[in-house]
Design a protein around this ligand. Structure first.
Ligand code: ADP
Length: 337
């Protein structure tokens, strides 16, 4: 049996169905992300697994034990929220020690455990600080340390990075991954940010309107979105409806298609290609923006706007506005829906 299992889980708020028939299996030590647009039911599902929300139907198992009717505390769950939820009148040390004190553990054990947690989140020098003397990222690291101190069976993270600015968010995302690898705690992470989900997870569960619509590794999810909704949500895919496909490709291909911006190349005169692999169409550069190592071109091809991502190879290699390009669409990378 997997480490976390839900069977036919159903949750309603009054007459509103949040989800039904949710069946998930998560392996021990896995880092899984629930990803989906706001309101699709991610937090509610997480809270049901935590035991913070009751359910209307179904079963939940953690580490082989049926916990459906157990309290949050009995489930051995560590939880981290977006808003840190630290005790403002306690120091960092006391915040992390809190759960251990409640368990009436030995003083020297508590001291050693808190020291170990402080090292894990790189806050050894902040033990005597109060939460409002810390930055947002540091507060969240305290919250993570506090939830791990009691050695929970599973760690549940509800949009823990959403309140942080972009730079801190990225760095904490990397640290979180490192912490999870070190502790090997089975983790469920909730986010609406696809980049976050793809970079941090072993597997991603995509939710839409209360359903889990695709499960896979980040690579599988990114390269093979199962539906047009997911292609739109996951990558920066160019989505073409049937009539748009006809405008761009004429009789070459048909139907609803999705094409990643990096699966379109620009033909360069001096290079040889296996032309059977590509469909070639002319396009005009409308705009471009330099994203760093990648340049994103906004081009127009037979009246249809497309995004094309090319590696930034430095000065003299940028295609200027109104320039005409020969776009090469790699046939095997075109997804049909
Ligand atoms: P997400 O985490 O994906 O943004 P939520 O799980 O928070 O979504 O919410 C899913 C749905 O359940 C939403 O339609 C939301 O309005 C509803 N909902 C969440 N919490 C409550 C509540 N306490 N009472 C009533 N409806 C709720």
């Amino acid at each position: 049996m997997s480490f976390i299992v839900t069977e036919t889980l159903e949750k309603n708020y009054g007459s509103t169905k949040v989800f039904k028939d949710i069946n998930i299996n998560i392996k021990k030590g896995e880092f899984v992300t629930l990803l989906g647009p706001s309101g699709c039911g991610k937090s509610t599902l997480l809270r049901c697994i935590a035991g913070l929300n009751d359910i209307n139907h179904g079963e939940i198992y953690i580490d082989g034990e049926r916990v459906t009717h157990k309290s949050a505390r009995e489930r051995g769950v560590g939880m981290v929220f977006q808003n840190y939820a630290l005790f403002p009148n306690m120091t960092v040390f006391e915040n992390i020690a809190f759960g251990l004190e409640m368990k009436k553990l030995d003083k020297s054990y508590i001291r050693n455990k808190v020291d170990e947690m402080l090292k894990l989140v790189h806050l050894d020098d902040k033990a005597n600080f109060y939460p409002d003397e810390l930055s947002g990222g540091q507060k969240q690291r305290v919250a993570i340390a506090r939830s791990l101190a009691t050695e929970p069976k599973i760690l549940l993270l509800d949009e823990p990075l959403s309140a942080l600015d972009a730079k801190v968010r990225k760095s904490l995302r990397d640290q979180l991954k490192e912490i999870q690898r070190k502790t090997n705690v089975t983790t469920i992470f909730v986010t609406h940010d696809q980049e976050e989900a793809l970079t941090i997870s072993d597997r991603v569960f995509i939710m839409d309107k209360g359903n889990i619509v695709q499960v896979g590794t980040p690579e599988e999810i990114y390269t093979n979105p199962r539906t047009l909704f997911m292609a739109e949500f996951i990558g920066n895919y160019n989505i073409l409806k049937e009539d748009e496909t006809r405008k761009v490709f004429g009789n070459d291909i048909f139907g609803n298609v999705a094409i990643r911006p990096e699966a379109i190349y620009v033909r360069e005169a001096e290079r040889n290609y296996d032309l059977d692999e590509f469909i070639i169409k002319k396009a005009r550069v409308k705009e471009f923006s330099i994203l760093g190592n990648v340049i994103r071109y906004f081009v127009e091809c037979k009246g249809i706007d497309l995004r094309v991502d090319l590696l930034n190879r430095g000065k003299g290699k940028v295609y200027e506005k109104d320039g005409i390009l020969e776009l090469m669409f790699l046939k095997k990378e075109i997804k049909y829906y």
